[in-house]
Design a protein around this ligand. Sequence first.
Ligand code: 5GP
Ligand code: ZN
Length: 113
Amino acid sequence: MSDPCLFCRIVRKEIPSTIIFENDHVVAFRDIDPKAPTHVLVVPREHVSSLNDATDGAMLGALLLAAAGIARTEGIAESGYRAVINTGGDGGQSVGHVHVHVMGGRRLAWPPG
Ligand code: 5GP
Ligand code: ZN
């Protein structure tokens, strides 16, 4: 049976995406419905449903270090950006595989809606 997790399938390249960075721990690809000029998702290769289920500090560190590196290569590190982990229903999480949104290239409102 095929894996029902969308991001696991993207990690395995069973579903096409625009991958901009990958290493042993994470894969980063462009969001299919970008909400900012740069909108990249960074996901661990290993399936973890949400931040609530994350126990591996090295994996979480790898996600954030990759996010910062992507901000640099996307040219938004100096202008500023946001690294966001939506978690659960009220947090707006719609895909059950933990991911960091890296968003920038425009002024982002605060607080979010
Ligand atoms: P969440 O709402 O869980 O925080 O973020 C999920 C993100 O995944 C959304 O921004 C959505 O646009 C993106 N997304 C959903 N399906 C796909 C897909 O098939 N490919 C890509 N690249 N992004 C997707
Ligand atoms: Zn998954």
